[in-house]
Each structure stands twice: as structure tokens, then as C-alpha cells.
Design a protein around this ligand. Structure first.
Ligand SMILES: COc1nc(N)nc2c1ncn2[C@H]1C[C@H](O)[C@@H](COP(=O)(O)OP(=O)(O)OP(=O)(O)O)O1
Length: 201
């Protein structure tokens, strides 16, 4: 497993690898970066996910999020997207950074991940997302596969970093995907914990 930090994770503080793998050839190239957010509520041993009803990632479960608009910080965007897609507001805290590159695209996704232990408001289905709670039992015992979290209906790399999200250990990672028709296949990945507060968002 490679301990060399991949391009795109520079200036993320001191990273210590906890997972890497896949094809050992070069990381996929990109020329532009698009900023996105993703937010999760983790409460009473459960995590709130949304089933994506339209757009990019349709048919998958994910956190609530979207593009960072011009003039917004990623935290402001995360709060706005969470409210728009799930109906709730929450005291979000930065939990990690994900960097994704897909074959055939010249831009990369940089996704700032947020989480909160509480929320206010009524959880409400939106045009984009159908919210649903899932038990986190098993995830912290290194037994993510047997948990009820629907990893087989999530982005393939999510199972790698989910235990870090649930246990509040800040992480940063990169995953490159190849395309098979409309499907994305995990090609190469690298994830590390972040131990330097200079990576705060
Ligand atoms: C491996 O790739 C991904 N993994 C995970 N976990 N999440 C991902 C991945 N690629 C994208 N995402 C997230 C990032 C965002 O939260 C959404 C995509 O945002 P969307 O396209 O829905 O953005 P909006 O601004 O809401 O778009 P609209 O114009 O439709 O409002 O997926």
C-alpha cells in the first residue's frame, strides 16, 4: 500500500494513511476542481442518509449536499444544502475531505464532509432526497459489512471512510473512478486521518 499522499490532498495537514489500494499506475489527471459539500446527522447510534431521487448519484444513498455557490463558504453551502434537501438545520462541524476524479473528466470533485450530533426542524422529503435513518451499530467495531447501512447502494468508496465519520476522526482521501457505461468503478484510492488543525474549513 502506498504511503505517498496523492495529488489533490495537499495542504490538508498531516495525513496518516489508513487505507489505500487499487491500480498502482498514475493518478488520473484533472485541470479544474469543483467544490461540493456533503452533510450527515449522527444521533442515537443512527445516521441520517438521503436516497437521491434525481441528478448525479441518482439511486444511491448519500449525505445531503451539493455545489458550493459563488461567495459561499463550504460550511454555509453545507448548512443551506442540508436545509434544502432534508428540511433541518444543524450545528455542522467539518469531518473530512474527499477528492474524486473520474476517467474522461478534466475536473475533480472536492467534497467537504460535515457532520452534526443534533438538528432542529422536521425531517422532510425533498424533490432531490428521501431521508432515512440507519443504525451505525457494527461500523465502529470494524464490522461495516454487517451493519444495516446500505453500502451496496452508496458510492463504492464510502465504506472505507464511514467509520471515521461516525467516530469523529477527521479524514482526507482521494478516489479515482473508471467508467463502465453509466457505472463508476473504483480504480485507485488513498485515505488518511488528519492530525493537523490547519486543515479546518
Ligand atoms: C465517489 O463519489 C462520491 N462519493 C460521495 N460519497 N459523494 C459524492 C460523490 N460524488 C459526488 N458526491 C456528492 C457531492 C454532493 O453532495 C452530491 C452531488 O451534488 P448535486 O449534483 O446534487 O449538487 P446540487 O447543487 O444539489 O445540484 P442541483 O443542481 O441538482 O441542485 O453528491
Amino acid at each position: 500500500m502506498s504511503s505517498v499522499i496523492p495529488p489533490g490532498l495537499d495542504n490538508r495537514g498531516v495525513l496518516s494513511r489508513f487505507a489505500s489500494g487499487g491500480d498502482t499506475k498514475d493518478w488520473l489527471p484533472y485541470t479544474k476542481i469543483k467544490l461540493y459539500t456533503n452533510a450527515f446527522i449522527v444521533k442515537d447510534n443512527k445516521v441520517l442518509l438521503g436516497f437521491k431521487k434525481r441528478g448525479f448519484g441518482k439511486g444511491k444513498y448519500n449525505g445531503f449536499g451539493g455545489k458550493v455557490d459563488p461567495g459561499e463558504t463550504s460550511l454555509q453551502a453545507a448548512v443551506r444544502e442540508l436545509q434544502e434537501e432534508s428540511g433541518v438545520t444543524a450545528p455542522l462541524e467539518h469531518a473530512g475531505t474527499l477528492f474524486f476524479v473520474s476517467e474522461g473528466e478534466d475536473w475533480a470533485f472536492e467534497i467537504e464532509i460535515y457532520r452534526a450530533d443534533s438538528y432542529e426542524g422536521d425531517i422532510t422529503e425533498s424533490d432531490e432526497m428521501r431521508p432515512e435513518w440507519f443504525s451505525t451499530v457494527g461500523v465502529l467495531d470494524g464490522d461495516s459489512q454487517s451493519s444495516t447501512i446500505p453500502f451496496s447502494k452508496m458510492w463504492e468508496s464510502d465504506i472505507v471512510w464511514f467509520p471515521y465519520l461516525i467516530s469523529k476522526r477527521k479524514f482526507a482521501g482521494r478516489a479515482d473512478f473508471t467508467r463502465e457505461g453509466d457505472e463508476f468503478r473504483l480504480h485507485r484510492w488513498w485515505y488518511g486521518t488528519v492530525s493537523d488543525s490547519s486543515s479546518e474549513q
